[in-house]
Design a protein around this ligand. Structure first.
Ligand SMILES: [Zn+2]
Length: 410
């Protein structure tokens, strides 16, 4: 089973691809499908052979839960890629591929069994600058061994991370300027989120995010920006980095997941739980530049303990502000659409909510696995009602939050 996820992205990025092609015709490689195969090895394991029109930088790694083999390439053009006949093994259950970042491509193989990469080589032919074969040989291993080897490599010059310019902190909002709202459309690019029939979560939430942004700006009371405004992959830490780069006062992540049980329905609002926040601090500290952690507080010269304490202080205050926002969103949306599910405000360990200094909530607009929710998400009128509820919640929150900030100052 194959899915072409990124035809849309390819169209979207065509101008830059053409530009690159004009500057350097040799920069973009194509996969020759006739000479490429993914098949079982004779003595067990899997062989991946990809024939490319020319040598390109690449890297290979595995990820766990679910088990995947990831191959990143610089400048591979997928437009003519057809995956018929490529897969000749049951050990790989699905292939996804497409643009991962401008200039970078990713191929993901979903693995049925734990496999370890044994041999990676890129063989050139007689003609330098001509076609090459990337060969990845994998052997069967235990789940424990797979887990030990799995993980994305350290950023060794691949520069996937988008460096955001440091923004001087304007401090907590006091109601004296337009609130800056970071709108985070979940998933994107190679990560479609939940899927149901032809619908993909990444597209539904992007549509909603654009309408939400439009509505906020139209009020004249808000400035709003999106962490992604196209079908691109943005890592979770990058989403926070982007929000911080625009000096966001609040961060609202939008999702529409599917649940296997099929019983979940309705809009739900999440904030990060206390327990998850502690682990989050650790992850954040390792994944971000120190100076990026708390806008306006330079942690790069602090030792780890001081950094942790400063983050804890920021987070305690932020958690209360996030909870207040979540409650107001629940009330605002309930009023605008007339009803909400029973426990509409939950706490969970979402990485995307873990900026220590920006009040953050995650709004599950509905569950794609539920037919009524899916129809709602596809309905412009319903979306407008929810957006109305979100805007009035932000209106109330901005006033209440500013009042509390002034109280804290006394
Ligand atoms: Zn989601």
């Amino acid at each position: 089973m194959f899915r072409v996820l990124l035809a849309y992205v390819l169209l979207f990025t065509l101008p830059s691809v053409q530009l690159a092609a004009a500057q350097d015709l040799q920069a973009i490689a194509r996969i020759n499908i006739d000479k490429s195969r993914i098949s079982d090895r004779l003595l067990g394991g899997v062989s991946v052979k990809l024939s490319l029109s020319q040598a390109v930088p690449f890297r290979v790694f595995t990820l766990d839960e679910p088990k995947r083999l990831v191959v990143d390439f610089k400048e591979v053009d997928w437009t003519l890629f057809s995956d018929e006949d490529l897969l000749n093994t049951d050990a790989v259950t699905d292939i996804r591929y497409g643009i991962f970042r401008p200039g970078w491509s990713r191929m993901v193989l979903d693995l049925a069994n734990p496999l370890a990469v044994e041999v990676i080589e890129m063989k050139t032919g007689a003609n330098p600058g001509g076609p090459v074969t990337l060969s990845i040989l994998m052997r069967n291993v235990t789940s424990a061994e797979f887990a030990r080897n799995a993980g994305a490599p350290e950023d060794d010059g691949w520069a996937f991370e988008v460096k955001a310019p440091a923004v001087a902190s304007r401090g907590r909002q006091l109601g004296d300027r337009p609130l800056v709202v970071a709108i985070d459309a979940g998933h994107g690019g190679i990560d479609p989120g939940a899927t149901h029939q032809e619908h993909e979560e990444k597209q539904l939430v992007l549509l909603f995010a654009r309408e939400f942004k439009e509505a906020l700006i139209l009020t004249g009371r808000y400035s709003a920006a999106m962490t992604r405004d196209q079908d691109e992959f943005v890592s979770l830490p990058d989403r926070i980095t982007r929000a911080r780069a625009i000096g966001a006062d609040v961060f609202i992540s939008l999702h529409a997941d599917a649940l296997a049980q099929g019983t979940a329905s309705g809009t739900t609002v999440y904030t990060v739980s206390e327990k998850a926040s502690d682990a989050a601090a650790e992850t954040l500290a390792t994944q971000h530049d120190r100076s990026d952690l708390l806008a306006g507080v330079d942690l790069s010269r602090q030792d780890d303990q001081v950094a942790t304490v400063l983050m804890d202080m920021a987070r305690l205050e932020t958690a209360a502000r996030s909870d207040l926002l979540a409650e107001m969103i629940v009330a605002g949306v309930a009023e605008s659409i007339g009803h909400l599910r029973k426990r509409p405000h939950l706490s969970a360990g979402f990485t995307v909510l873990k900026a220590p200094d920006i009040p953050s909530v995650l709004v599950e607009l509905g569950f794609m696995s539920n037919k009524r929710d899916l129809n709602n998400l596809l309905n412009k009128k319903w979306r407008a009602q929810v957006i109305e509820g979100l805007v009035s919640a932000l209106d109330l929150w901005a006033v209440e939050d500013a009042a509390q900030a002034l109280l804290l100052r006394k």
